[in-house]
Design a protein around this ligand. Structure first.
Ligand code: ADP
Ligand code: ZN
Length: 220
């Protein structure tokens, strides 16, 4: 099964993908995580990606598409994948379709998440992540049991460099301009599942993950 997580930054793509990956037993691949690993190791790709990411801009399509194309060839994703943060442009979506088509595959489900803009900012500035196991926390909505420490693996939590008020605005603009057309793109293909993630309706990532699992299991 091939699942795509779509949504503005801070809507909970990674959190929901993390739950789905466990329940469905298929790997989660986050392009953001791959870029952050390259930045940490200061590879050529990392140095290039950092320039864009630190400004809240998307990494250029040719770079990102090449990266995903190689990742899709690896054995662990042959039976399914949860793509978290890819595609983010129409070009990426078209190229993904072509790659999958070559293998007789297709996108099975696109989980489209929306959250009110003011909540997004609040979610992002309060987000903390585990650099080891990639667990995501929120100081207000989903705090770790022990302050600053990952519940799952005991690692010290960190704040992503791009998780600040200034960058988030640009990231949101990039989403509106470049990524949001994908809602229409996938809606036309008929494989879009849309959900609102918002505290105002008591729906956080884990609630939406449950809904998605139910939707998948009840058959479509
Ligand atoms: P978020 O969804 O919270 O913004 P991600 O970890 O998915 O976080 O992405 C972090 C950054 O990595 C993005 O702001 C962007 O600069 C870059 N990035 C991730 N995925 C892509 C992609 N598919 N295309 C271009 N840039 C990407
Ligand atoms: Zn951890």
């Amino acid at each position: 099964m091939i699942i795509i997580m779509l949504g503005a930054p801070g809507t909970g793509k990674g959190t929901i993908a993390g739950i789905l990956t466990k329940e469905l037993g298929i790997p989660q691949v986050s392009t953001g995580d791959i870029f952050r690993k390259h930045i940490k190791e200061q590879t050529e790709l990392g140095k290039l990606a950092e320039k864009y990411i630190s400004n809240g801009k998307l990494v250029p399509d040719d770079v990102t598409i090449g990266l995903v194309e190689n990742r899709l060839k690896e054995p662990d994703v042959q039976n399914g994948i949860i793509l978290d943060g890819f595609p983010r442009t129409v070009k990426q979506a078209e190229e993904l379709d072509k790659m999958l088509e070559k293998d007789g595959k297709q996108v099975d489900l696109v989980v489209n998440l929306t959250t009110p803009e003011d909540e997004i900012i609040e979610r992002i500035v309060n987000r903390r992540i585990c650099p080891n196991c990639k667990a995501v926390y929120n100081l207000i909505l989903n705090p770790p049991k022990q302050e600053g420490i990952c519940d799952k693996c005991g690692e010290k939590l960190v704040q992503r460099k791009d998780d600040n008020k200034e960058t988030v605005k640009q990231r949101f603009n990039s989403y509106i301009e470049q990524t949001s057309p994908l809602v229409d793109y996938y809606n036309k293909k008929g494989n879009l599942y849309s959900a609102v993630v918002s505290k105002s309706i008591n729906k956080l990532g884990k609630d939406v993950a449950e809904d998605v699992l139910k939707y998948i299991k009840e058959g479509k």
